[in-house]
Design a protein around this ligand. Structure first.
Ligand SMILES: Cc1cc2nc3c(=O)[nH]c(=O)nc-3n(C[C@H](O)[C@H](O)[C@H](O)COP(=O)(O)OP(=O)(O)OC[C@H]3O[C@@H](n4cnc5c(N)ncnc54)[C@H](O)[C@@H]3O)c2cc1C
Length: 246
């Protein structure tokens, strides 16, 4: 049975009209970067709860969640309205296996995300682990509009501070965006544009993590499998580790 902690909202930051970061303070707890908790809000019909990845690193004092407001959704519109000082509930213990503990060693680490699926990677990159384990790290963030590129300044700062080790590749599908690729991740892998953009290759030395929406994940898995990069299973380690959001 999950236990619930009360958490106080300290900030609700809008990246645009649908995308926001809810920051909350609660009793500190341990988690592995990449894990998620459930956020809950009590309504007349009882508690509404959904899973959200922890975006902050494990040492941070404030918990950070990157959320899309889903039109007609039960919980995300309520989270969107939260104001500083209000309370939200956080489930314990944290859950999930989408962590670097589950990823075999390799030369390069490819972190592929769509939308809010970038969250777990921000948490991982806030720790020493990926920087120590992988010679090259490529983070790909696919969104519809330029304003969906949350945490871009942080990612560009890492690109500067780890110039030889880290590439941040924004991908925008619905408009041209300076410094970003145009399109969808599966097509950019298939055409070789993604490899060309980072100057690296998706070979058997690569470990790939994919997080975000179901269609992107399904299509990317098929293409990676065809390139000889199979899904990573506990009993049969492979190259591709996946977290699907809905
Ligand atoms: C492990 C895990 C981690 C997750 N982490 C995050 C996170 O960090 N940030 C985040 O925003 N979401 C995350 N999600 C999704 C989140 O749990 C909710 O599903 C989402 O916020 C919608 O909840 P809702 O109650 O507003 O909508 P619901 O009432 O549950 O759903 C309404 C409808 O919208 C669809 N839907 C759900 N999410 C989306 C979406 N993003 N875009 C379009 N349609 C959608 C559903 O299939 C359903 O048909 C995660 C899900 C999982 C399983």
């Amino acid at each position: 049975m999950a236990q619930w902690l009360d958490a106080e909202v300290v900030e609700n930051y809008a990246w645009n009209q649908e995308l926001f970061s809810v920051r909350v303070r609660t009793t500190p707890f341990e988690f592995v970067a990449g894990q998620f908790v459930r956020l809950g809000i009590t309504t007349e019909d009882g508690r509404v709860q959904r899973a959200y990845s922890l975006v902050n690193g494990p040492d941070a004092e404030v918990l950070d969640f990157l959320v899309t407001r889903v039109e007609g959704g039960k919980l995300s519109p309520l989270l969107h309205h939260l104001q500083p000082g209000q309370t939200v509930q956080v489930s314990q213990p944290p859950s999930g296996f989408f962590t670097l503990n589950e990823v075999p060693d390799g030369d390069s680490l490819w972190l592929l995300s769509s939308g809010t699926g970038i969250g777990p990677y921000l948490s991982m990159l806030a720790t020493d682990i990926p920087w120590q384990r992988f010679k090259r790290i490529h983070l790909v963030h696919a969104v519809r509009h330029t304003s969906d590129l949350a945490y871009r300044a942080q990612l560009e700062a890492w690109e500067q501070s780890h110039a030889k080790q880290f590439n941040y590749v924004p991908v925008v599908s619905r408009e041209d965006c300076e410094g970003a690729l145009r399109g969808r991740i599966p097509a950019l892998i298939e055409s070789g544009e993604l490899e060309a953009a980072v100057g690296d290759q998706l070979t058997s030395d690569a470990q790939v993590m994919i997080c975000g929406n179901p269609d992107m994940i399904k299509d990317a898995k098929v293409i990676l499998d065809a390139k000889g990069l199979p899904k990573n299973l506990r009993r049969k380690p492979g190259n591709v580790t996946v977290e699907q959001y809905w």
